[in-house]
Design a protein around this ligand. Structure first.
Ligand code: ADP
Length: 467
């Protein structure tokens, strides 16, 4: 797929830029496409298109906006197989995960937000005031590669429903899913300029887009370092900013709980999508006297995991998204060994074509080690031990991050522990997420929330009219 076009003003437009980026399949290491790196002139045109469309979209009846968003949802469902295929190719996510999660989650989350918005009031009466909630203007949506469809969905659904228009800049590693989504949006018949997509790098295209004076809000998902730099850009014209950043989330196993469940819940977040999930439960805490049993449960769980071609139905773990990212993960594994942690499972690059790293588990880890503090964004689990529940809570909270968490144990006690964790999301035992609940981080994991009405609120400007 070669794409020298960008999507704005309701159509695919020839790019001014002649620069392009290659897209590489991490399983085969082959170039599978190239997409244009939008330059400043391209960005200006896309932003102008979104700006011109804003007033009429913002004043459109909310119900009508919801109908358009519903058309996008229908398009996603209709083209699900294509979305799954393109994600397997450019991201290396397994077929089972692409089908069960990557696309399905988008459908569920969109449906939930559409349900919630039906009864949402964009106008309230407070004493003699009418309080109006409306869009900010143009939202720059900057997304990462790990969930190439859903990271975009989580921004455009609430932003559009709230009355904003959007310019999306997807990650350079996975632009093809985004291009397919733009085709779906095009077919959904939105008014021209409401949704715009430009491809390009973060340092050029993303940087210029987020600094643009006609951008009223920045919505970013990605690394904490880039998130921090966006504050600088937001301040120039006092832009609204929504950040969903990194994580190093704990899973605490409490005595009397189901240890197999704790291991499975934690391990699965590091196996599916190769652990490239910001909410992965990458630190497993167990009581000291349960360590030996935990090791046996882990070895038993990992022995049947199939790592390989993500296209095969029974593969759970595919390749890391890129050569660079694979090297980052391997460097962390080396660092763990150097700092004295012990490998229980895996620990090596796999001897085959593609960017494959063995699913890896470290024991003998202390919370001050690099592998216990930094986000690895790969299939690496670290196991830590504690003497008392108090200590487990303290260690779990001893992190710059606070995105997610899990507690497995007797329910009442687990809930007490959950209340004390400084993270935005916590799962107790088999508790499943509802897409109407907020997702987002404490501390350096972010600012604002995604999903349901919590997500919509971050994209609403508020005005009071006194009569
Ligand atoms: P990751 O390591 O997950 O790729 P990044 O934070 O580097 O996370 O990238 C997430 C998104 O942010 C990508 O779309 C990338 O192109 C974009 N990006 C990176 N640097 C910048 C920047 N300086 N300004 C704006 N966007 C950026």
């Amino acid at each position: 797929m070669n794409r020298q076009t960008l999507y704005y003003n309701g159509a695919w437009q020839d790019a001014h830029s002649t620069e392009y980026e290659e897209v590489i399949n991490p399983t085969t290491e082959e170039v599978i496409g190239e997409v244009v790196t939008a330059d400043q002139e391209d960005v200006n045109k896309a932003v102008a298109s979104a700006k011109a469309a804003f007033d009429s979209w913002n004043t459109l009846e909310p119900k009508k906006r919801a109908e358009y968003v519903e058309n996008i949802l229908k398009g996603i469902t209709a083209r699900k197989d294509e979305l799954v295929d393109v994600m397997i190719k450019e991201l290396g996510t397994s077929r089972q995960f692409a089908e069960s999660t990557q696309v399905t989650v988008s459908e569920k989350e969109m449906k939930a937000t559409l349900e919630e918005i039906e009864t949402f009031s964009f106008e309230d009466e407070v004493d003699n005031a009418t309080v109006i909630k409306e869009g900010y203007g143009v939202v720059a949506c900057i997304t990462p590669w790990n969930y190439p469809l859903n990271q975009i969905q989580r921004k455009i659904t609430p932003a559009l429903l709230a009355g904003n228009t959007v310019v999306v800049k997807p990650a350079e590693l996975t632009p093809m899913t985004a291009i397919l989504l733009a085709e779906i949006v095009d077919e959904a018949g939105l008014p021209d300029g409401v949704f715009n997509l430009i491809t390009g790098t973060g340092s050029e295209t993303g940087d210029y887009l987020t600094s643009h004076e006609d951008v009223s809000a920045i919505s970013f998902t990605g690394s904490t370092d880039v998130g921090k730099s966006l504050y600088e850009k937001a301040k120039t014209t006092v832009k609204q900013i929504v950040l969903e950043l990194g994580g190093k989330s704990p899973m605490i196993y409490l005595d009397g709980g189901d240890l197999e469940l704790a291991v499975k819940n934690s391990a699965n977040t590091l196996l599916h999508n190769q652990g490239q999930t910001c909410s992965a439960l990458s630190r497993l805490f167990v009581p000291k006297d349960e360590l030996e049993r935990t090791k046996e449960v882990i070895k038993d769980y990992y022995k049947d995991i199939k790592v390989g071609d993500p296209n095969e139905e029974d593969t759970m773990v595919g390749p890391i998204v890129s050569k660079d990212q694979m090297e980052t993960v391997l460097n962390y594994i080396e660092k763990g060994k150097e700092e004295g942690a012990e490998i229980l499972v895996g620990g090596n690059k796999m001897d085959r074509k593609g960017y494959f790293v063995e699913p890896t588990v470290f024991v003998n880890v202390t919370n001050d080690m690099t592998i216990a503090q930094e986000e690895i964004f790969g299939p690496v689990l670290v196991v830590l031990t504690y003497d008392s529940v108090e200590e487990a809570i303290e260690l779990a909270n001893d992190s710059i991050y606070g995105l997610s968490g899990g507690v497995v144990g007797p329910e009442d006690e687990a809930i007490k522990v959950a209340r004390r964790l400084k993270t935005g999301n916590i799962t107790i035992n088999e508790g499943a997420r509802t897409p109407k609940a907020p997702f987002g981080g404490y501390k350096q994991s972010g600012l604002g929330r995604e999903n349901g009405l919590y997500g919509v609120e971050d994209y609403l400007e508020v005005k009071a009219i006194f009569k």
